[in-house]
Design a protein around this ligand. Structure first.
Ligand code: HEM
Length: 408
């Protein structure tokens, strides 16, 4: 059976909606039962599965990434919220509101805030992760989870050049919302925050546009705010072997609740684009070891040709980040550009919200970033100002909920 789209649901009578207003998820099944021609599914990414969507999924155009702090010590309340979040996430990613958006009881605020009514699913994915502080905050085991903390979920070390804002870093839980329509992504985060009122509060969040890495190498490579193609040599979402090897945690890696999951590292990287824009083309290209137009590596002709490392400047980003310089280490990059107004000094507050998924950050992000932080020529033009790490559990099975393996 096909799901009813937000567009179609908007057309339903108030009476139909009121019938289900009291029971959010119930409304969805009422509405579903009445629909057999919905068009939503064509743009919907399945929510349930072995792995969470939003990792290997072809990168959508827009991002709303939110980090939450848990504000209660009540484990049962947290689990109840995660169950409700799961039902809501399944609805949103299917293109449905969660509960009544426009036809509920006049005396109460609607269950769903409504700004996504009429919009298709826009390939929305919602990916959840659990941060180190959920397991152990200032030595306190608030939810009895300490023993279940994976060894790979480390507190990230300080890297040379870091200038991190504590208020824009960390978080007990993260949710990455990606969609081809920013309104759909923002709606999802807004409603999760609303559902979680009293249990979680938003610590910080980041909007992103213009994906800076693709997981679809056969399509045109997107460009970042430096104007360079980004994601040329990323892990493809269809490369099952590379995903198993570098992205999905296995049962042998650590706790069983993480088997099939992945670890995400996010970094808010400010780009000093005014300085960059006054830099010569030669210097810009030397910074990466690739040309700006075609994106070919120095010593190679086409963008996707193998990279002859010895032809690239020793301190170029691509030479330093290449697997052959790092004992074969690879990560799945899924970042977005951001421009958050100006900084009061006449400069754009712009950059790259770096997102990388991996099987074990101790062996992947940390050594890679140590090498880049120490020697990357690009450091003249960037500064890391926000940071976070989270353990993203495997996908939700039908009837399960986000984090069920962790909390069971
Ligand atoms: C503002 C920050 C950054 C910018 C503008 C940037 C830009 C780029 C560009 C243009 C490429 C070449 C195209 C490609 O293969 O994708 C690249 C490659 C790469 N970057 Fe970055 N990057 C940034 C930060 C990082 C960070 C923090 C890491 C990891 C810690 C990283 C890891 C990589 C890797 C692994 C590659 C592929 C190297 C290869 O296999 O040839 N990048 N980056």
């Amino acid at each position: 059976m096909r799901g009813v789209s937000r567009r179609r649901l908007f057309g339903y009578s108030g009476a139909t909606l009121a019938a289900g207003a009291a029971a959010g998820a119930g409304l969805i099944s009422v509405a579903r039962a009445g629909d057999d021609h919905g068009s939503a599914d064509e743009e919907a990414v399945p929510f349930h599965g072995a792995h969470q969507a939003g990792i290997a999924t072809p990168v959508q155009d827009r991002l709303h990434f939110a980090a939450f702090d848990v504000v209660t010590d009540d484990r049962d309340r947290l689990v109840r919220m995660l169950k409700e979040w799961t039902a809501a996430a399944a609805a949103f990613t299917g293109g449905h509101p969660y509960g009544s958006a426009a036809g509920g009881l006049g005396e109460a605020p609607p269950d769903d805030t409504g700004e996504a009514l009429g919009l298709p699913p826009a390939r929305l994915t919602l990916t959840i992760g659990f941060g180190p502080t959920l397991f152990d905050k200032d030595g306190k085991d608030r939810f009895g989870l300490k023993a279940k903390r994976p060894a790979a979920l480390i507190d990230l070390p300080h890297f040379p050049g870091d200038n991190l804002d504590p208020a824009g870093s960390g978080g007990d839980i993260c949710v990455q919302a990606c969609a081809d329509d920013p309104q759909v992504a923002v709606h999802a985060i807004r409603n999760l925050a609303r559902i979680g009122f009293g249990v979680v509060s938003v610590r910080w969040s980041q909007l992103g546009f213009g994906k800076t890495s693709s997981t679809t190498p056969d399509r045109q490579t997107p460009r970042n705010m430096f104007g360079f193609k980004d994601g040329t040599r990323n892990i493809a979402g269809t490369d099952t072997k590379a995903l198993e090897e570098h992205v999905w945690a296995s049962a042998a890696d650590g706790p069983s609740w993480m088997a099939g999951g992945s670890y995400v590292v996010a970094r808010r990287i400010r780009m000093h684009i005014e300085t960059w824009d006054r830099t010569s083309l030669q210097e810009q290209q030397d910074t990466f070891g690739r040309t700006k137009g075609e994106g070919n590596a120095y010593g190679a002709e086409r963008e996707h040709d193998p990279v002859p490392l010895d032809k690239l400047p020793a301190d170029s980003h691509v030479r330093l980040a290449h697997p052959d310089s790092n004992g074969g280490v690879r990560i799945l990059r899924r970042g977005y550009s951001f421009t958050d107004g100006t900084d009061g000094l006449g400069r754009l507050d712009a950059g790259l919200f770096f997102i990388a998924y991996q099987r074990d950050p101790r062996k992947q992000f940390v050594p890679l970033q140590n090498r880049l932080a120490a020697s990357d020529h690009m450091n003249e033009y960037v500064q890391h100002v926000g940071s976070g790490i989270w353990a993203c559990p495997p996908g939700v099975r039908k009837g399960g909920y986000w984090g069920d393996g962790l909390f069971s």
